[in-house]
Write a protein that binds this ligand. Structure first.
Ligand code: SF4
Length: 227
């Protein structure tokens, strides 16, 4: 397989972005947030728990968490050890329990117990960074404020030549410049789905990937000959 060149000019990057979007739209038309939630409070708590943990594992513990603490006021009054016992299997459970209770307390103290639909109000909450805030704003409120850059998005954006950076803030800035604002939330879902299903960190299945012809990494992938 001939190795695809990394797009360099602004026009080449724009063309690459359009091709990537078109291919991922066909591949993952149903891409969506895989963290189970019924409202912004639940999504915020689930996203805090998803750090260094799979969505599947988070979805196993959140039903018990939300039954015990159905809203921010209930969670703010929780005992640390009780929350730890529920979220233990998600890893880093002491800091996650502390952040959950702290986040809920801040919602009660500063926002009437509600999750604010505002980046500047979300990011000061315990356990909430820009990535988590983008998840909540995009999926609970339908607001495209930024692009969620997790490990999958960062890896795939770099492999496909859409960014040269490793810093999530710089990657996000590059992606925001290349894709229409209305697509930002769905873009991250499609990248995440691609990362989970084909573009694995260690063993990408380039032979099954419709983007192989446009991917600078594909020629180095042992499975690429089938593409
Ligand atoms: S060709 Fe391989 S490395 Fe490139 S996007 Fe597809 S799976 Fe990932």
């Amino acid at each position: 397989m001939t190795r695809s060149k990394r797009p360099r000019s602004k026009a080449e990057k724009a063309a690459q972005a359009r091709a990537v979007w078109d291919a991922l739209t066909v591949l993952y038309p149903e891409a969506h947030c895989e963290l189970a939630h019924r409202n912004a409070y639940e999504l915020l708590a689930a996203t805090i728990l998803s750090a260094q943990c799979t969505d599947r594992r988070v979805n196993m513990v959140t039903p018990a968490l939300f039954t015990a603490y159905p809203d921010a006021a209930a969670l703010a009054a929780a005992r640390q050890e009780d929350v730890e016992a529920i979220v233990q299997s998600t890893g880093f459970f002491r800091s996650k329990a502390k952040n959950l209770i702290g986040m809920a307390g801040a919602l009660v103290d500063r926002h009437g117990g509600q999750v604010p639909a505002d980046m500047d109000a979300l990011t000061p909450l315990p356990g909430v960074g820009r990535k988590t805030a983008n998840v909540v704003l995009g999926n609970a409120f339908g607001l495209n404020v930024g692009v969620v850059v997790d490990t999958h998005v960062a890896r795939i954006a770099k492999r496909l030549g859409l960014t040269r950076h490793d810093d999530p803030v710089k990657i996000e800035r590059d992606l925001m410049a290349l894709f229409p604002r209305d697509d930002w939330t769905l873009l991250s879902h499609r990248f995440i789905w691609h990362g989970r299903r084909l573009c694995d960190a260690r063993k990408p299945r380039c032979g099954d990937c419709p983007l192989a012809a446009r991917c600078p990494l594909a020629a180095r992938c042992p499975s690429a000959e089938r593409a």
